[in-house]
Structures are given as C-alpha cells and as structure tokens.
Design a protein around this ligand. Structure first.
Ligand code: URA
Length: 234
C-alpha cells in the first residue's frame, strides 16, 4: 500500500492532511531521513514525527472504561473514543466496541476492527463468559442464584428466556454474575426482575481475560496474540 494511503487509513489525517505532513518532513525512516509519499519502506521503519506508527489492522485493544463514557459515537456525549488518541476514531477499518457497556458501567471493554473476532467474542455459541461485579441497593434474598441459573427467566418485553447465568454472592449487597450473552441492560434488568436495583456495575473479565490491576480507569492497552489466546482459554 502507498505510504499516503497507509497513514490516512491509520487515522493520521485526511489524504490532504497527510500530503501536507509529507511536505513538512513529518514522515521519516528510523534514521530520520525524510520519506516521500511513494517511497517503499518496511512498515516497522516508518516514523511519524519521530514515533513508530500505530499497529496495522487487525487491531484489538482493552480499555478500563470509567463511569460516564458511552460506547456509541452516535450521541454528543463523552465517548470511549475520547480516552484514545484522536486518530483511532479515524482509522479505516474503524475500531468498534465489542458489546456495549452502559454509560455508567465501568471496567473491561474490548475494541476491535476485526469483525470475525468481534463475532467470536460476543456470540453465545462460543460460550465466552462475561463476569460483572454488582453492587445492589437492597440485600440479596437468597433465591436469585436459582432464578438466574434456571434458563427460564424472561425479561420484560422479551419473548425468549435468558440463558442460564451464574451468580456468586460476595456480600449482603454484592455479587459476581457471569453472563453468556449480551442483551440490552441485561444485568440491571435481571436484578430488577427479582425486585432489586443495581447501584454499580463493573465488568472484570471476558472469557479467560481479566482486567489487569495495573490498567487504571481510563487507560487502554493493545492486545497481543497471547492475550487473545488467554481470552479464548488456549
Ligand atoms: N448489563 C447491564 O445491565 N449493563 C451493562 O453495561 C452490561 C451488562
């Protein structure tokens, strides 16, 4: 691929802006020699303003999502893209959230430009559990685990019952729940169905991949192949 198109696809700018970067000498090789739009240089040796380029597609990242950020770009709110370098929102192919978290849900969010990978993570047929830590308004009554595990609980205005979900009670008003599907506001609606109310919700793992302790809220990290292997339990 031509250097100009490569940089534009990585979101460094529109074609016109990238042309200007070339003219200004912002694109160099590792030794600082200025590159032209048509030069052919191994990708790892290209520098933009002295920095190595972002990874090519396919790219998958994990984000520790803070409260107050939406996963959708369709509204004017603060979005998870605001946590990333601005060029990430302009990448082609674009990065999408792997299953959305509500605005006020925190924790592990994956974003990828790899459609088949996204499908493998979210489709119930691949049975990747998503684990959430839940804080509730009222004490648990003791019957919730059985109801959630039954495979017969049907949420309001839905025709199909939920897949069985596992509940681990961790305190009077706290629990960990593992889902194997991702319906709209699922955890909140499940607890509403048993007469409770979710006060806070944090996703702590997807498949074998757990939110690392050293990834602070608002931080993100590129996933390596070994992380994807961990995710799928290889
Ligand atoms: N269930 C919810 O209710 N909200 C989320 O963000 C994720 C799962």
């Amino acid at each position: 691929m031509k250097l100009l198109k490569l940089l534009a696809n990585l979101g460094y700018g529109s074609r016109k802006e990238v042309e200007r970067f070339f003219k200004a000498g912002a694109v160099t090789d590792a030794d600082g020699n200025t590159l032209g739009e048509k030069d052919s240089v191994p990708y790892e040796l290209i520098r933009f303003k002295g920095e190595p380029l972002d990874p090519l597609a396919p790219l998958t990242i994990m984000v520790n999502k803070p409260d107050g950020y939406t996963c959708s770009t369709e509204d004017a709110d603060v979005t998870v893209y605001d946590l990333l370098p601005p060029r990430f929102e302009r990448r082609n192919p674009g990065l999408s959230s792997v299953g959305r978290l509500d605005k006020d849900t925190t924790g592990l969010l994956l974003m990828t430009d790899d459609g088949p990978l996204l499908h493998r993570i979210i489709h119930p047929k691949y049975k990747l559990g998503k684990v959430y830590e839940v804080e509730l308004d009222r004490p648990l009554e003791g019957h919730e685990s059985e109801i959630f595990a039954s495979g017969t609980l049907t949420l309001k205005s839905e025709g199909r019952p939920l897949l069985p979900a596992e509940l681990e009670v961790t305190g009077e008003k706290t629990a960990r729940i593992t889902l194997h599907e991702g319906r709209y506001h699922q955890v909140r609606r499940m607890f509403a169905a048993v007469g409770n109310h979710v006060v806070s919700l944090k996703r702590i793992s997807i498949g074998g991949l757990t939110l690392p302790n050293d990834l602070e809220e608002g931080e993100w990290r590129i996933l390596e192949q070994k992380d994807l292997d961990t995710l799928f339990g290889k």
